[in-house]
Design a protein around this ligand. Structure first.
Ligand code: ADQ
Length: 489
C-alpha cells in the first residue's frame, strides 16, 4: 500500500474539518456562489491528488431555512463537499468562543483569555458544552455518509471531541486526527479546564499526528502527566490499547506554484510589479491577520531597521498583505486597528511625497497575484509568534527560482525545524535582532543567498502536501492493521 500511495487506495477518504475549503455566498433563495477560502489547511489539502476524498465541514454561513440548506448541499456536492449546518448561537459559543477565544490562544502560548478572567471562567462551561454539541453535529454528518472501510481524517483543534463521538458510534471506524497548530508544553496545556476530556477523546483516534516531533512529545507528556498513562516510543498506551502518535510535517503542492510562474497572467503581474518597484528592494509579508502571526512586531522591527539604517530609507519597501480573519471577534478588530495605527505612524515618519516605506493591504490576493509577489520580492519576513508550520514560507521558496530571495523566519514556526539553516532564524519578540536580520538579508552575498535557497528549495519540493497526506493515511492503515493483528493473537 505504501508504494501505491493514495493513487492505489481503494478506500474513500472522508476529510472532516471545521471549515469547508469554500466560502458560500447566498445569491437568491436557492442560489449560492462558492469561492475558495484562504488558509493553510485548505492550501495543503487542495494539493493532495489522486484520492477519492469527500470533505465534510461548515460552509461559514448561517442557513436557517430548508430551501437554502438543500440548495447549498446540491451546490457543494459538485465540489465533493458535504455541509454541516451550525446555527448562529452554536457558532458564537463553539467557534468564536471555545475554539478561537480559548483553544487557539492557549495552543499558541498566549494563555487563556486574561482581560475578563471571571467572565471567561463563567462562560467556559457553556462554551465547552457547545463545543461538544458542535463536534457531535459533525459526527452525525459523518455517520450519514460513512461506508464501511472509509478512512476518516479529522482535522485540527476544532474537532478534538470528534474521535470519541465516532468511536462511540462504531469502534471499527478508522479514525485519524491531525493538529495544524502547535500542541503546547504540557505545563501550558494543563491550565485548560477541560484538559482531561479533550485528551481522552483525542486518544480514541487510531492515529494522532502533529507537524513536528516537539508537538508530538508535548502531547505524549500531557497524556502521561495529566492522565497518568504510559508514553511509549510508538505513542500512548491505555489498558493495552495503543494510540499511535507521530510527526507528519505538512508541505505544499510546489509544482502548482512552479507551473503558475509560467502563466501569461502571472508573468504580466511580475513585470508590472518589477516596474513599479524598480530601484528598490522589496520585502514581503503574507499572513492571515492574526495575533499569532506577529504582524505588529514585524512592522516595529522594520521601523527599527529604517531608524538605524537611514541610507536605506528610500531604497526598500515592505509589502504586507494581511487577509482579515475572524472579523467578528473583538480581539481581531483591535489587532486590525493596532496594525493600521503603526503603519500610518511609520509611513508618516519615513514616507516622502512620492513613496511610503510600507504598503499594507487588508485583503486576500488571488493565486496569480500571490505567486507574482512571491516571485519578485527580495526578502520574505515571516515572524509568527507561534505557528504550527507556516506554509507562506514554503510558498515563497517555491516561487523563488532565479531571484533566490532570502527567507527570514521565526524560530517559533514549525517550518523553522524543517528549513532550518536555509532561512535566517529570528526570535520575533526581539525587534533589534529582526532589524539586524533585515540588514543581513538585504546585503547578503549572492553565494550565501544561492546556498540558502538551494537548501530550502530542495526541502520544499521534496516534502509536499501529497507526501504528507500519503504518509498520514498509510500510517493510519498500518496502525489499524497492526492493532487488528494484536487483538487476533
Ligand atoms: P494558517 O495559520 O492559515 O494555517 P499558513 O500555513 O501560513 O497559516 O497558511 C496560510 C495560507 O493562506 C497560505 O497558503 C497562503 O498562501 C494563504 N494566504 C495567507 N494570506 C493570504 C492573502 N493575503 N491572500 C491570499 N492568500 C493568503 C494553519 C496553521 C499553520 C499551518 C497550516 C497548515 O496556523 O501553522 O502551517 O494551518 O497546517
Amino acid at each position: 500500500f505504501r508504494r501505491l500511495g493514495l493513487r492505489g487506495m481503494k478506500q474513500r477518504l472522508l476529510v472532516v474539518a471545521n471549515r469547508l475549503p469554500v466560502s458560500a455566498n447566498r445569491r437568491g433563495e436557492d442560489q449560492w456562489s462558492l469561492e475558495i477560502s484562504a488558509g493553510g489547511l485548505v492550501s495543503a489539502l487542495l494539493g493532495v491528488k489522486d484520492v477519492d476524498a469527500k470533505w465534510i465541514g461548515w460552509a461559514g454561513v448561517n442557513v436557517p431555512d430548508e430551501v437554502g440548506q438543500r440548495a447549498l448541499t446540491r451546490a457543494l456536492a459538485e465540489k465533493r463537499c458535504i455541509p454541516v449546518f451550525l446555527d448562529e448561537e452554536i457558532v458564537h459559543q463553539y467557534y468564536n468562543g471555545y475554539c478561537n477565544n480559548i483553544l487557539w490562544p492557549l495552543f499558541h502560548y498566549l494563555g487563556l483569555p486574561q482581560e475578563d478572567r471571571l467572565a471567561t471562567t463563567r462562560n467556559f462551561e457553556s462554551q465547552f458544552d457547545a463545543y461538544k454539541r458542535a463536534n457531535q453535529m459533525f459526527a452525525d454528518v459523518v455517520y450519514q455518509h460513512y461506508q464501511e472501510g472509509d478512512v476518516i481524517w479529522c482535522h485540527d483543534y476544532h474537532l478534538m471531541f470528534l474521535p470519541k463521538c465516532l468511536k462511540d458510534h462504531d469502534s471499527n471506524m478508522k479514525v485519524g486526527w491531525f493538529l495544524h497548530t502547535p500542541f503546547p508544553s504540557s505545563e501550558i496545556y494543563r491550565t485548560l479546564p477541560s484538559r482531561l476530556e479533550l485528551l481522552r477523546s483525542v486518544l480514541c483516534a487510531d492515529l494522532v499526528g502533529f507537524h513536528t516531533y516537539d508537538y508530538a512529545r508535548h502531547f505524549v507528556s500531557a497524556c502521561t502527566r495529566i492522565l497518568g498513562l504510559e508514553g511509549t516510543p510508538e505513542g500512548v498506551e491505555d489498558q493495552g490499547r495503543l494510540t499511535r502518535v507521530a510527526a507528519f510535517p505538512i508541505g505544499i503542492d510546489s509544482d502548482r506554484f512552479k507551473r503558475a510562474l509560467e502563466l501569461p497572467a502571472v508573468k504580466r503581474h511580475i513585470s508590472e510589479l518589477t516596474q513599479r518597484f524598480a530601484g528598490r528592494k522589496v520585502m514581503l509579508g503574507v499572513d492571515r491577520l492574526d495575533m499569532i502571526k506577529g504582524i505588529p512586531q514585524k512592522i516595529l522591527a522594520f521601523e527599527k531597521f529604517l531608524e538605524e539604517n537611514p541610507d536605506w530609507n528610500d531604497k526598500v519597501v515592505l509589502l504586507q498583505i494581511a487577509v482579515p480573519t475572524r472579523t467578528d471577534v473583538p480581539e481581531y478588530q483591535k489587532l486590525t486597528s493596532q496594525v493600521h495605527e503603526i503603519v500610518g505612524r511609520i509611513n508618516g515618519r519615513f514616507g516622502t511625497l512620492t513613496a511610503v516605506p510600507i504598503h499594507h493591504l487588508d485583503r486576500s490576493l488571488d493565486f496569480h497575484a500571490l505567486c507574482a509577489l512571491y516571485a519578485v520580492t527580495d526578502v520574505a519576513l515571516v515572524t509568527s509568534l507561534r505557528d504550527g508550520m507556516n506554509l507562506v514560507s514554503y510558498e515563497y521558496v517555491a516561487c523563488q527560482g532565479s531571484k533566490k530571495g532570502v527567507l527570514i523566519l521565526s524560530e517559533f514556526a514549525g517550518a523553522a525545524q524543517s528549513l532550518g539553516a536555509g532561512a535566517i532564524l529570528v526570535n520575533p519578540w526581539n525587534i533589534t535582532e529582526v532589524a539586524d536580520s533585515v540588514r543581513h538579508a538585504l546585503t547578503m552575498s549572492s553565494d550565501e543567498r544561492e546556498k540558502r535557497h538551494r537548501h530550502n528549495y530542495a526541502h520544499v519540493t521534496t516534502h509536499t502536501a501529497q507526501d504528507w497526506a500519503e504518509n498520514f493515511v498509510c500510517e493510519l492503515n498500518d496502525t489499524v492493521a497492526e492493532a487488528q493483528l494484536r487483538t487476533r493473537q
